[in-house]
Design a protein around this ligand. Structure first.
Ligand SMILES: NC(=O)c1ccc[n+]([C@@H]2O[C@H](COP(=O)([O-])OP(=O)(O)OC[C@H]3O[C@@H](n4cnc5c(N)ncnc54)[C@H](O)[C@@H]3O)[C@@H](O)[C@H]2O)c1
Length: 335
């Protein structure tokens, strides 16, 4: 049997804690070390080798490292990993600017290392089911994707705003679910907490020539909501990522005259709801990354896809600031 892969996690906050938990029981992987600048955070992971920074961590000797530090630290830490020949799973957003994200993609490409971005919302069981069914053509052509992602204020995320931190999930989902690139972006944002970054945003995207997406995010909501609604030729399908349910509401039958005129029926159609079995999204993501390191088939989110998502969130912020649409001369796609 081949030797277990030696893994590490840098950044031991909320996300790092989940990564440590999953890696502690992942087949084929030994979690050997953790790192954080905060000594109190390191103490919490008794029994593992600990380091105060990425240099110390690299000297312990690891095959790959999860980067779960604040977003503004991703580039510096990940470039050190690439220079040391360490593969990396980097939390979303890949970086706080597209220039930083692009430098990261180039560095890992040049080094011939495996690297991926932690776009875990793709791994939610209901979202996975929705993606598989759309790709299978179960609901016909996609017309529109509408997302709502609302949460109470996360005191720990201060380095970026809700667009860079949260809407990044939805631009990734919109391109991944539709298989189309983003061609233009319009947006508005609101600041409510007095900080330098926006707290609510609404963005309208065009994907390819024929699909639109509307993304609504808030980090000052009293409750949590994670909804993806897809309007298609055959009806409307909703994935609720929190309850892990899929609800499909089919169009009613089209009568002869309406069919001839090409219009849709106003007769209510069949509605079905079902729950998708739970699968821990971080575990699914880690299994894919391990398989990529072992040269097995996998569906990791590549750094190029991570760059595309950051370019899209940057475009949202530019569109909101300038009050004009941002049009892309090149494809921004996440599939
Ligand atoms: N995939 C997801 O669903 C998901 C969910 C939450 C957070 N995240 C991402 O994970 C990252 C971390 O977010 P969080 O919520 O865990 O933040 P957090 O504040 O809870 O934790 C960050 C940790 O990094 C440590 N740290 C800061 N600078 C460091 C450095 N230079 N070297 C080593 N350690 C350092 C801090 O001491 C802290 O323990 C962010 O990029 C965030 O966007 C992803």
């Amino acid at each position: 049997m081949s030797k277990a892969l030696r893994a590490a996690v840098i950044g031991l906050g909320w996300a790092g804690g989940v990564h440590v938990k999953v890696l502690s029981s992942l087949d084929g992987v030994d979690l050997v070390a953790v790192a954080d600048t905060d000594p109190e955070r390191r103490v919490a992971f008794d029994g593992l080798r600990t380091a105060a920074d990425v240099g110390e961590l690299v000297r312990i000797g690891v095959d790959y490292c999860v980067v779960a530090t604040p977003t503004t630290e991703h580039e510096r830490i990940s470039l050190e990993l690439a220079a040391a020949g360490v593969h990396a799973l980097i939390e979303k957003p890949l970086a706080s600017t597209s220039a930083e994200a692009t430098r990261l993609a180039e560095a890992f490409d040049r080094a011939g290392l495996v690297a991926a971005v932690g776009h875990t919302e793709r791994r939610n069981a209901a979202v996975q089911e929705l993606g598989a069914r759309l790709r299978n053509g179960d609901y016909g052509s996609v017309y529109q994707v509408a997302t709502r992602r609302n949460s109470p204020y996360p005191a720990r995320i201060r380095d970026v705003g809700v667009v860079t931190d949260v809407a990044i999930h939805d631009v990734d989902l919109a391109t991944w679910l539709t298989g189309r690139h983003i061609t233009s972006v319009a947006a508005q944002v609101v600041h409510v907490t007095g900080g330098p970054h926006e707290d609510l945003a609404t963005a309208v995207l065009r994907l390819g020539d024929d699909v639109i997406a509307d993304i609504q995010v808030s980090r000052v909501s009293p409750s949590k909501e994670r909804i993806v609604i897809v309007h298609t030729a055959m009806g409307c399908v909703t994935a609720d990522a929190l309850s892990r349910t899929i609800t499909y509401h089919a169009h009613g039958e089209i009568d002869g005259d309406a069919a001839a005129s090409g219009s849709l029926s106003d007769v209510p159609g069949r509605r079905t709801t079902y729950e998708v079995p739970y699968a821990e999204p971080f575990r699914v993501q880690h299994e894919a990354f391990r398989d990529a390191l072992l040269g097995l088939p996998n569906d990791i989110v590549t750094l190029r896809q991570g760059v595309a998502a950051v370019e899209a969130t940057e475009a949202i912020l530019t569109a909101a600031r300038t009050g004009t649409s941002v049009t892309f001369a090149h494809a921004v796609t996440s599939r």
